[in-house]
Design a binder for this molecule. Structure first.
Ligand code: COA
Length: 392
């Protein structure tokens, strides 16, 4: 029975079970089945196809992880080499996309350029219009390769530098650094860049992956789903946090100033970027690896103070709020030490996550049901219509 208030009615009480179980921010709601990855927030564990991230990080290369997520098993040596060669060959962009990147104003955020470029790649893809599983695998390979090139090309275009083609002998993370900076990475940078890619590849049903799966569930194409996922990653509550972390560390400037800065932020109930998580109730397992390499690289590259500031921030936030750093906290100083500008940090995250996003999009297509939840309507019903000339 509806309740009448001033001619209009309140929501009826005969709501469906789904409407009654409304959960703000979908916290804890199970919205998909997946084999790809799982986050155990209580124990601080991340699994890729059942493998604990601590057991594989620093032991496998990015290509092995891509193969694992797409095939459910690790590749043998020849399969891994074949994927590496295919990805290196797929890194070239259509000239129209390069021209579009050149047309973007310097004020455009790299994530805006990336999202636009991915949509445009969909137009020029040789498999455009073909949503078969075989075509989507080919498109997935091209996307993983081309996203890295878009970021490297944008970086060089902004600095007036000539563009560099991928080296067919290199893996994808080495090629990314090579095309971005113009010289092949040193051994330690090779290790760290590959690890950064491995750690960011997938992370359960996070906001951007969910966004990608929602779009895929309408049977829109893989480029449309990926562009949507990139849009979701851009926000500072998700992947955009790594850029904000760097801005905060630079703004603090000195270890002696950390205490007052953090106390001030907490007093004003401001969020400290790079801390907290919807799922983890303990340390994000990815932060452990990145902390180690942040310390090592910052020391080597003359940025020791930046690491020291980060570490002090971590200690204070942990002690005063009981919250832990997430993946974005130490990835900021790791990327900075490799010469990546802070406004590109989230795009680098996207370069890795593309492999995870396309895995989820393909999984969604393989057993699809339209994702269409419902909402809890909170306004009035049956409001009396007043024509324009009678409105006050
Ligand atoms: N700094 C300070 N306090 C934080 C915090 C942070 N980064 N993250 C969470 N908290 C506090 C909240 O203030 C809240 O405290 P209260 O209960 O006293 O009000 C409590 O922890 C729960 O936070 P809430 O925002 O409701 O959690 P959530 O699950 O909705 O949000 C994030 C998760 C990731 C959005 C949130 O932790 C955040 O904004 N972090 C900073 C951005 C970031 O690093 N994002 C990258 C995530 S990988």
């Amino acid at each position: 029975m509806n309740t009448t208030i001033g001619g209009a009615t309140k929501m009826p009480n005969n709501k469906t079970a789904a409407e009654k179980t409304f959960v703000r921010g979908l916290e804890g709601v199970v919205a998909a089945e997946t084999n790809i990855s799982w986050v155990d927030g209580i124990h601080g564990k991340l699994y890729y196809q059942g493998y604990d991230i601590h057991d594989i990080a620093e032991k496998v290369c990015f290509e092995e992880v891509i193969f694992l997520l797409w095939n459910g098993r690790f590749p043998d040596r020849s399969e891994c080499e074949r994927l590496r060669v295919e990805l290196a060959a797929d890194m070239r962009l259509p000239s129209q996309v390069v021209e579009m990147i050149k047309l973007m104003p310097p004020s455009a955020h790299p994530m805006q350029v990336l999202q636009t470029a991915v949509t445009m790649l969909g137009v020029f893809d040789p498999d455009s219009g073909d949503n078969s599983a075989e075509a989507n695998l080919r498109k997935s390979k091209r996307l993983v390769a081309q996203v890295s090139t878009i970021i490297a090309d944008l970086h060089r275009i902004r600095r007036g530098l000539p563009l560099i083609s991928a080296d067919p002998k290199l893996g994808i993370s080495d090629n990314f650094l090579y095309m971005l900076r113009g010289n092949p990475p040193a051994e330690i940078e090779h290790t760290v860049m590959d690890l950064l890619m491995v750690l960011h590849t997938d992370h359960g049903l996070n906001a951007s992956t969910f966004a990608g799966r929602v779009i895929a569930s309408t049977l829109a194409d893989i480029h449309a789903a990926l562009a949507g996922a990139i849009g979701a990653l851009k926000g500072p509550l998700h992947g955009g946090a790594n850029q904000k972390v760097m801005e905060m560390i630079v703004q603090i400037g000195k270890v002696e100033l950390v205490q007052d800065y953090i106390a001030g932020m907490l007093e004003n109930k401001q969020k400290i970027m790079g801390f907290g998580h919807r799922v983890y109730r303990t340390e994000d397992p990815r932060a452990r690896h990145l902390r180690k390499y942040s310390e090592m690289l910052c020391e080597m590259k003359g940025f020791k103070e930046l690491y020291d500031i980060s570490h002090k921030v971590e200690t204070l936030v942990r002690e005063s709020k009981g919250i832990y750093p997430n993946v974005d906290f130490y990835s900021a100083t790791v990327q900075h030490a490799m010469g990546i500008p802070s406004d590109f940090f989230t795009a680098v995250f996207a370069a890795s996550r593309t492999a995870g996003w396309v895995a989820h999009i393909m999984e969604q297509y393989s057993d699809n049901r339209l994702i269409r939840p419902t909402s809890k309507y909170t306004a009035e019903l049956g409001v009396r219509f007043v024509p324009m000339d009678q409105r006050k």
